[in-house]
Design a protein around this ligand. Sequence first.
Ligand code: SF4
Ligand code: SF4
Length: 153
Amino acid sequence: MPLSRRSVEGAGLGGDLCLLQEVVDQLHIPLAVRAGLGELGKHGSLISKEFGSNIHLAAVLTDLPMDVDAPVDIGVEDMCRKCKRCTLDCPAGAISDEKQLVRGEEKWYVDFDRCIPYFVKTDGCAICIQVCPWSIEGRGPSLSERLLSQRGA
Ligand code: SF4
Ligand code: SF4
């Protein structure tokens, strides 16, 4: 859903607001993960249970008192360990199939020195997002349910 200052204020939110709209998704992803909006996928983008991985993130800075949300487990980790679609289809070879140590933490790793030049040359590649099974509209909730139920099998 597009977010604007009018829509934020229209929702009845007061306090001081600062809207960071479509700055750089990469900066928003760690915060979105911590806020429980989804999980980090192997392709380096956020995967939401409700909206899949074909989403843009925006942020609102405010001094309103709020409850703190927690990270969620929707099965992305299980799926990305088995699936190789984005790794195989990335024309720049930027998506590592294995996690790597990033600033002391094991994470899925995208080599942006390879991705960005191709992304710019093609005016917004996003093949990794298009091929991701989570991007199929409406698939997220049932996919998540199946992945989580398989753990108990
Ligand atoms: S945007 Fe394109 S080049 Fe960059 S990681 Fe995704 S598929 Fe690869
Ligand atoms: S394409 Fe497959 S491996 Fe890549 S992020 Fe999506 S589910 Fe994970």
